[in-house]
Structure formats: structure tokens, C-alpha cells
Ligand binder design. Structure first.
Ligand SMILES: [Zn+2]
Length: 88
């Protein structure tokens, strides 16, 4: 099974953007990568929606978590809920 199917460039860009999504949202990307992601978001509605949704979700969760002075256990379950590991 070889994967020589014609992959549109856009698709690859989306894939890369999605791969960076978590890092972007948790601000783990360096400025260059952040810029790449942001550039892609300007051009790609699909990814923009996805990023926007997750960013909003994360912001909301973070606000909730900090507003209850997050006991460690709660913070962990929230992180699990949003699919990120609490592990370092
Ligand atoms: Zn995209």
C-alpha cells in the first residue's frame, strides 16, 4: 500500500496546522511557528473554526478553573476533559 494519492497542498497545510493546534493553544510554539499557524488560519476557514472553537473552549475552562481556585484534582480532570495530559 503506497500513499501516492494526490494530496492537495492545502490538505497538508491543514494537517500541519492541526498538529500544531495543541501547542499553539498552550503557547508552546515559538514565534515563527505561531505566525505560520496564524497565517494559515487567515486563509483556511476550516482550521480557523476549529482553532477558534478550541481556543474559546480552553479560555472558558481556564476562567472557570481559576475562578474556583482550582484544587489539583479538578484541574486534572479539566485537563483530561479537554484531552491534554496534566503530566509535564
Ligand atoms: Zn486548514
Amino acid at each position: 500500500m503506497n500513499e501516492t494519492s494526490q494530496t492537495p497542498v492545502e490538505f497538508n497545510q491543514c494537517q500541519q496546522a492541526v498538529q500544531r493546534l495543541n501547542e499553539y493553544l498552550s503557547r508552546e510554539l515559538n514565534p515563527d511557528e505561531t505566525e505560520l499557524v496564524q497565517e494559515h488560519l487567515k486563509q483556511c476557514k476550516g482550521c480557523f473554526d476549529k482553532f477558534h472553537f478550541e481556543e474559546t473552549l480552553l479560555k472558558t475552562l481556564r476562567e472557570k478553573v481559576s475562578s474556583v481556585r482550582s484544587p489539583a484534582g479538578l484541574r486534572e480532570s479539566v485537563l483530561k476533559l479537554i484531552g491534554r495530559d496534566a503530566a509535564p
